[in-house]
Write a protein that binds this ligand. Structure first.
Ligand code: HEM
Length: 266
């Protein structure tokens, strides 16, 4: 008798089926299909900072939600509550240090990213007008050419940048301000801390869906895994930036059938 192979639960298969990596890219063996050219989008320092910040964010979100949601009170009181608060504070220190690590690892990248994030123009209005048709109907022709970050990415990254001092100031007030700060100020800090959590988490969910699951963004996640993104993707999604860097940094076509991600990133 043939034993049927164990299958993942249906919901897990549905979810995995919606995660798009570069079609023939196998991140487990780290081999790439033969592609004409790849463009380095994120440096090693930027990728380290991105994943450390994401990790710290999840630790803070998990422990913060425990403190916020009344139904989770058993984990927010007594010894469990103490542990939750210690982990939240340790996560907060990591979260606050990551931007400094970015400056240390890739000072040039910080400068370029800040320049790109804070350059807004009428083109961003064009993006907003086209966004619904582009993201929901896949009408690529209506989207005006974008630079290294499109308007939606800039909105999310600017919110992340703004959230760091917001979390920091309100969190430090809750941490060290009890007993000497007026109660009204402490309450305002708790409310601001909570609303910042809600806003960043909502935007994070959109960021996750777009960068990992949306069919039009297929391949984008590779930029944060290996640093490299196919030239064709940059040409179609970030045409203005592509024009800027054309000829500057494309990799020549790899000689063999496949090119290891390690080799390509070095
Ligand atoms: C530098 C960054 C941060 C610092 C210094 C900080 C600090 C704190 C402190 C001291 C508390 C009070 C804990 C207690 O009850 O003793 C707190 C609560 C909380 N934190 Fe943070 N935090 C930071 C970042 C974050 C982030 C990134 C998130 C979410 C992703 C977050 C979500 C929360 C939530 C939801 C609460 C519960 C507030 C409530 O009781 O309503 N925190 N934080």
């Amino acid at each position: 008798m043939v034993t049927p192979r164990a299958r993942s639960p249906r919901a897990v298969r549905w979810f995995l089926g919606r995660i798009y990596l570069e079609p023939a890219t196998d991140v487990t063996t780290k081999t790439w299909p033969r592609v004409a050219r790849q463009i380095m989008v994120f440096s090693t320092g930027e990728r380290i900072v991105h994943w450390l910040h994401t990790l710290a964010f999840f630790v803070l979100l998990g422990t913060g939600v425990v403190l916020l949601v009344p139904q989770l009170a058993p984990f927010a009181t007594g010894e469990a509550g103490m542990l939750t608060r210690i982990i939240h504070r340790l996560g907060a220190v990591a979260f606050a240090l990551v931007p400094f690590l970015y400056v240390l690892l890739d000072p040039e990248g910080v400068g370029l990213t800040i320049r790109d994030l804070f350059s807004w123009s009428r083109r961003d209005i064009g993006w907003a007008r086209a966004a619904v048709a582009y993201y929901f109907s896949g009408r690529e022709e209506v989207m005006p050419p974008q630079r290294r970050f499109n308007t939606g990415q800039k909105l999310f990254y600017c919110l992340v940048v703004l959230s760091i001092p917001l979390f920091g100031v309100t969190g430090l007030a809750m941490w060290f301000g009890k007993g000497w700060l007026p109660v009204a100020v402490l309450q305002a800090c708790v409310i601001l801390h909570d609303w910042t959590t809600i806003a960043v988490t909502a935007m994070f969910l959109v960021h996750f869906a777009l960068s990992v699951m949306h069919p039009l963004m297929r391949g984008a996640i590779n930029g944060m895994l290996s640093g490299w993104v196919p030239e064709e993707y940059i040409r179609s999604h970030h045409a203005m930036w592509y024009e800027e860097i054309a000829g500057e940094q494309q990799e020549p076509a790899p000689p063999a059938e496949t090119l290891s991600a390690d080799q390509s990133a070095s």
